[in-house]
Design a protein around this ligand. Sequence first.
Ligand SMILES: [Zn+2]
Length: 284
Amino acid sequence: MLASLKDVLSDARAGGYAVPAFDVVEDVMVRTILDTCERLRSPVVLMGLIGPDLSGRGWDYVPGLIQAVADRYDIPVVLHLDHATDLVSIERAVELGFTSVMLDGSALPFEENVAITRRAAELAHPSDVSLEGELGCVGGSDLEATRRIDSVLTEPDQVEAFVKQTGVDALAVSIGTSHGVYTSLPNLNIERLRELNAVSKVPLVLHGGSGTPEDQVRNAVRNGICKMNIYADCRIAVLKGLRESAGAQKRPDPTLQDMLGPIRNRLAEVVEQKVRLLFADGKA
Ligand SMILES: [Zn+2]
């Protein structure tokens, strides 16, 4: 069933696990992730990413598809807007029935980040839509891998004021991960995470979960991470499935099921691995 991020993360914080959050494109991802999470009894966050996927009709398809099927699943499903940097997108997502949105003001100076995040809360909260903000900056590469942004670790002494002044329900923090595929392995600053978690009234979120070594992810969850965003590892799984599928077709006109089967299988493996890694199995 559709659920709010606030409720799902409050349970995660109390229970000492993290909820997997997957950026989703197309039915094959939505369905495979929901089927796998239901089988494992895990809550899940499905995210729409502004860009090629959420533009034009994408604004209707991505949330429309998730809303059409979420209530058929007997696990909490959060419909979340990932990485909005403008208020028009927040307004639109609230109108379309997203249950959660992220306003990412992390590239702005602190005061401006507070101001725009506060405005996003004013747009989201009257409709019971949860809000995630970001403090510090999780860098890395953009989706097309054309641009790299440096990470800036989150400062613990800014957390209390940011949460209080903005009203966010969840806070993305920068502790050493980055977006996209790693060129060298990250080294998470768990001591910093502990400090952030101790002063934060709201659950903490880790972006750049793909490719992060498993022992470091487990350590992050044990020290306060309640939601982890994953996209690159799913895209890599889809590519593996595509290659396998293309090589296996004997007919010139294979069925869609034959072609999509290996993609679903590889994706399901990654989803299961992430759910277990975050200790989220059996929690829904
Ligand atoms: Zn992110």
